[in-house]
Design a protein around this ligand. Structure first.
Ligand SMILES: O=C(O)C(=O)C[C@]1(C(=O)O)C=C[C@@H](O)C=C1
Length: 393
């Protein structure tokens, strides 16, 4: 056979190239760590979008001359840059918080292996810790208690989802805790219908699911007739049940990645109402963290204004006047005080910044309760925009 078409030989060459690519990725990563060290000295922001834009435009051009299309090149390098920014941020955070020890961390999350909270915990600490001690919990309240009591270092809690909105139970728990929010991570939620054995959709009689995925897949579930839904404490619980039953009439809603831990296969993929489905998780700890100046920060504040008309608006006007961007506003009833609301406000500012300190000082007299829930690095790296002319062939 023509040597060029010998599959074994071709695969050997691909394997070698993939290995070379990995070596290059690792070299690039260690160079960006030096960039972070240099920026730590000069107190320059981690992100330099002009540099990113120049780099992407040049790479798209070079890619085209090699027969690689612009979208392919862009998506690869945006992933590389995101990794670079997150790594630099993680490094600068270790400098800003020298007392926090990281090689081994213990993390409490909802459910067991395979839950979305489990996946978020592993992703979050993958660039920060060498070893994770996992602590699966049965409820959000248990996660808080485990961290408060010192049994674990961190708790990972989902706070909002792009499809089903805010997770009220978590907001309510934050009202009464002394824990601080020290990080965030946005996890893509890719709901699939998973089964333990090969089967067909029309054979499924029972679907096991946690309440959240159930709500997020309501359109798909409405279309299935004669299917019984069994609510579970967590997605991992649902997966464990399906694994144990080994039935061609049983399915579970969960991620393909998590399902693999239970030897489950995807019968249907992308079954969520919204194709772009993401959950934002917060990480809580007993001690607040400092956020390095070079990193964009978010501060979470809760406050109650009583029933004075316009009191909340006045607080928000203070933020506007100080040029502080509010990225989230949520309200929840205050337990035991009917019709009174607790407001949760996320702002894009470092709590140590002059502007936010001044804003808090001005807002405080207008409230009957105010507390900083935490200040942490913004983990969401929005991709740098590229002029459309660079994308054209
Ligand atoms: O060149 C820098 O300043 C870097 O931080 C490196 C890098 C990259 O990975 O290429 C990452 C982040 C910046 O926004 C720009 C570029």
């Amino acid at each position: 056979m023509n040597e060029e078409l010998d599959l074994t030989k071709i695969r050997e060459k691909i394997t070698q190239l993939d290995q070379d690519l990995l070596t290059l990725f690792a070299q690039r990563r260690s160079l960006t760590l030096n960039v972070a060290k240099s920026k730590a000295h000069q107190i320059r922001p981690v992100r330099d979008q002009q540099r990113e834009q120049e780099l992407l435009i040049r790479l798209i051009k070079q890619g085209k001359s090699l027969g690689l299309d612009a979208h392919y090149v862009t998506s690869i390098f945006q992933t590389i840059i995101e990794d670079s920014v997150l790594n630099q941020q993680a490094y600068l955070q270790t400098l800003a918080n020298p007392s926090i020890e990281m090689p081994t961390v213990s993390v409490a999350f909802l459910g067991d292996k395979g839950s979305y909270s489990y996946l978020a915990s592993h992703r979050y600490f993958s660039r920060r810790a060498e070893k994770i001690i996992e602590f699966g919990c049965q409820s959000f309240a248990e996660i808080m208690t485990q961290v408060e009591s010192g049994h674990v270092d961190y708790g990972m809690l989902p706070i909002e989802n792009t499809s089903s909105g805010s997770i009220n139970e978590v907001y309510d728990l934050l009202q009464h805790t002394n824990l601080s929010i020290v990080g965030e991570i946005t996890q893509p939620i890719e709901h699939c219908l998973l089964t333990a054995v090969n089967t067909r959709l029309d054979k499924i009689k029972t679907i096991y699911a946690h309440g959240q995925p159930f709500t997020q897949c309501s359109n798909f579930l409405d279309k299935q007739s004669n299917i019984r839904i069994e609510y579970c404490e967590s997605t991992a619980d649902a997966m464990a049940q399906a694994y144990e039953l080994q039935s061609d009439e049983v399915a579970v809603i969960g991620s393909e990645e998590g399902g693999k831990l239970y030897q489950l296969h995807a019968l249907e993929k992308s079954i969520a109402n919204q194709s772009e489905n993401h959950s934002r998780f917060i990480l809580v700890a007993r001690k607040a963290v400092d956020v390095a100046e070079q990193i964009p920060a978010k501060t979470a504040i809760i406050l109650a204004t009583g029933q004075k008309p316009g009191a909340l608006v006045e607080c928000l006007v203070v933020l506007k006047d100080k040029g502080i961007n509010m990225c989230k506003l949520e309200s929840r009833p205050i337990q035991g005080r009917p019709w009174e609301e607790m407001f949760y406000i996320d702002v894009e500012a470092n709590v140590k910044s002059g502007a936010l300190q001044e804003a808090i000082a001005e807002i405080t007299p207008q409230t009957n309760f105010i507390k900083i829930l935490g200040c942490y690095p913004i983990e969401h790296i929005s991709p740098t925009s590229i002029p459309s002319s660079a994308l054209k062939d």
